[in-house]
Each structure stands twice: as C-alpha cells, then as structure tokens.
Design a protein around this ligand. Structure first.
Ligand SMILES: [Zn+2]
Length: 369
C-alpha cells in the first residue's frame, strides 16, 4: 500500500537522523540543491554525481528525489546558462520536478558513511577516525513519569537514540519519589481532578542522549508520556563522546603485500583500475583510508599507517610520500560510489513502499585501456 502522504521532506528528515548536515564542513554545500521538499515522493535515486545522464535515469524511473554525494551546486553560480552543462541539468530537473539533495562531507564523516564503507569493504578491524575533527557531545535527559508508565517511556527513549554508552544499550537510572500537582479548571489531567491537590508515585528516569538525537528522543518521550504537561529537563553533559572526522584507520585481518592489497581494493571497490606507489612487495597491515581526494593528508597517513588509500594523488606528492616511506593506493575518486547502495538501503528500510533505486549510470569521467 502506498502512503500517499509521504513527502520528500519525510525521507530527508529520516536520512538526516543518521547523517545530519551539521556534520558537514562549513565550506561544504549540503542539503537541498534544486527543487522542493514538500512534494510527494514518487521514487528515490541514489548516485555519486548528478550528471545529465543521471537525471535522464531518474526521469525514466519516475523518481523525483535524487540523493547525491557530490553537491550539484558547489561554487555559488552567478548565472544559470541553460545551454551550458550545469544549467542544462538544472533546467531538466526543474522541467521534470525533480529534487536534488546532497550529503557530502557529512556522509564522509558520519559513522557508517563513505569512509566506514570503504574500511568495511576491506574487512578492517579496530577501525578508528583518521582525522578527528571533534567529539560527539551528549545531553542528560531527565523525565518524571508515573510508575505505571516507566517502561513505555523508557522504550520510547531507547528506540530513539537514548541510553547507549559504549557497548551497553538501554542504559538508564531510575529513582522513586512523589510528585504533587493541582489541576486548574481548564486542565484535562490524566490523573486527578480540577482544584484538588494530587500526590502521585512517580519515577525519575535519567538517560544520556547524543546531542544529535535529543530532539528526536524528547519528541518520542513526550508522545509516549501519559501526561498533558510533561515534566522533563535537559542538561548539558560535558563528557567527551566518540571522536568524529574524515577518513578511517584500521588493521587488515592479516598482513599482506602492497600489490595484493591493491588488487583487493580494485575488486572490493569495484573500480576499473587502481594505481599504487611504493614497494610492491612491502608488507602492509595498518591502513589509512580517505574517500575522494586525500592528497593533503599524506603526513598524517605516514604517522598512522603503513599504506594510504585515497584518490586524486598527483605525481609529485606521490613521489614525496614514497620517499618518506609510505605505500599508497589510489583507487580514484570514483571509489566513493560505494555510498549509493548504502544510502538506498537506508531509505528503503525505513520506507518499504517507496521505489528506491541505485543509479546504474557510470559517472566516472576516466576510462582506462
Ligand atoms: Zn568525493
């Protein structure tokens, strides 16, 4: 059964509950690129880039939402000449009422995003952030609930991102007490009656919530709470959460040679060719990965890993890095296409009635012979 009320905004809201735009770099341009968020969804297409061929694919599939990794509009255009490539794409999107949404550096940084996918594809273990930018922050949410409704409110909190600490889930602290209130004449109290002081046995539930999930968790908690007026507090928690940032570093399941790893990268990232530099027979075990263009981070890779996997490496940088003792593998920028399936799966899992497609258009500008 198709949910006729499902709008692009609903898909975007769900996507952002995993991959918030706030994770993106300030210089980036993520989120809505072209179109509108309030129209009904007819289908979703995930892609690395929005080229004219990708727009044609969306039209063919009847999909009016394209979710892309690379922003269609990055540098602010001064004009949209619809005879030039970019303008032509925008014109076609508008003529066909197709909305384009981009998740760029936020999708690189987010847990489970591009860089984690690239690490997972090589079965890396002990995966950590390559270039930490900061730490997740937490809030402490405290809510007072009649004892009868403790579980239902806790469930609402836990299913919306609250109460995860390290390897522990559904973590809460609960204490008992009494609450007192006197409803006025306009109140519609769940317990008690107008003008009469009530004493109710309540519990105080305390949970830790990652800041990015607070709005969602509080909304669900209030919806599950039986009271007309819910008493709750949100406190800042100064403890450091998990680090976040670009790239990943991890350990291969077993040491291998640079050449064998390069072959594995080619196969697992499903790219037409892979360049590598260094000593083909060198043993590599600790791997640094940065999807897209990572040539600015060779020094950090040298400090943290035996081999650095990134795209868009240039001649001189590679030469210097090899001289310094680093092994390098360049699977090309196109390796980031790994995000297409993950984003499609994420949307499809939440909205089983929506047709979600992974773009089959090859947007890699390079060919090799
Ligand atoms: Zn990229």
């Amino acid at each position: 059964m198709t949910d006729k009320r499902l709008r692009i905004a609903d898909v975007v809201t769900h996507f952002e509950s995993w991959c918030p735009p706030s994770l993106a770099y300030k210089w980036d341009n993520v989120g809505l690129q072209v179109g509108e968020l309030h129209q009904k969804v007819t289908g979703v297409l995930t892609t690395l880039d929005v080229t004219e061929a990708v727009v044609d694919e969306a039209i063919q599939l009847g999909a009016n939402l394209i979710i892309a990794h690379h922003p269609l509009l990055f540098a602010a255009p001064k004009k949209l000449d619809t005879t030039a490539p970019k303008g032509r794409v925008v014109k076609k999107l508008m003529q066909h009422n197709i909305t384009v949404y981009a998740a760029h550096t936020n999708l690189d940084i987010v847990e489970g995003g591009v860089n984690d996918l690239m690490a997972d594809a090589l079965d890396l273990k002990e995966v950590r952030v390559f270039l930490p930018e900061g730490h997740d922050t937490y809030k402490k949410v405290v809510v007072f609930v009649p004892a009868t409704h403790e579980q239902i409110v806790k469930d609402a909190l836990h299913t919306n991102g609250a109460g995860n600490i390290g390897n522990y889930e559904k973590v809460s602290f609960v204490s008992q007490g009494n609450s007192y209130f006197q409803p006025n004449a306009e109140a519609q109290p769940f317990i008690g009656e107008a003008g009469k002081l009530e004493k109710v046995e309540e519990v105080r539930i305390e949970v830790l919530v990652p800041s990015k999930h607070v709005n969602q968790a509080v909304k669900a908690m209030v919806a599950a709470h039986p009271y007309e007026e819910v008493a709750y507090d949100i406190f800042a928690d100064e403890k450091k959460g998990k680090p976040f940032g670009l790239g990943r570093v991890g350990e291969l399941p077993a040491p291998t040679t640079l050449k064998d790893l390069a072959a594995l990268v080619k196969q697992r990232y499903n790219v037409p060719h892979v360049r590598f530099a260094g000593d083909a027979s060198a043993t590599v075990e600790t791997v640094a990965i940065l999807g897209g263009s990572g040539r600015d981070y060779v020094d950090q890779a040298l400090q943290q890993a035996d081999v650095y996997i990134t795209g868009d490496l240039t001649f001189h940088e590679t030469q210097d890095a090899v001289e310094a003792g680093l092994q390098l593998i360049d699977p090309g920028h196109y390796a980031e296409q790994i995000m297409k399936k993950k984003v499609a799966d994420y949307v499809q899992t939440a909205f089983s009635d929506v047709a979600v497609h992974v773009s089959e258009t090859d947007t890699n500008p390079f060919q090799s012979i």
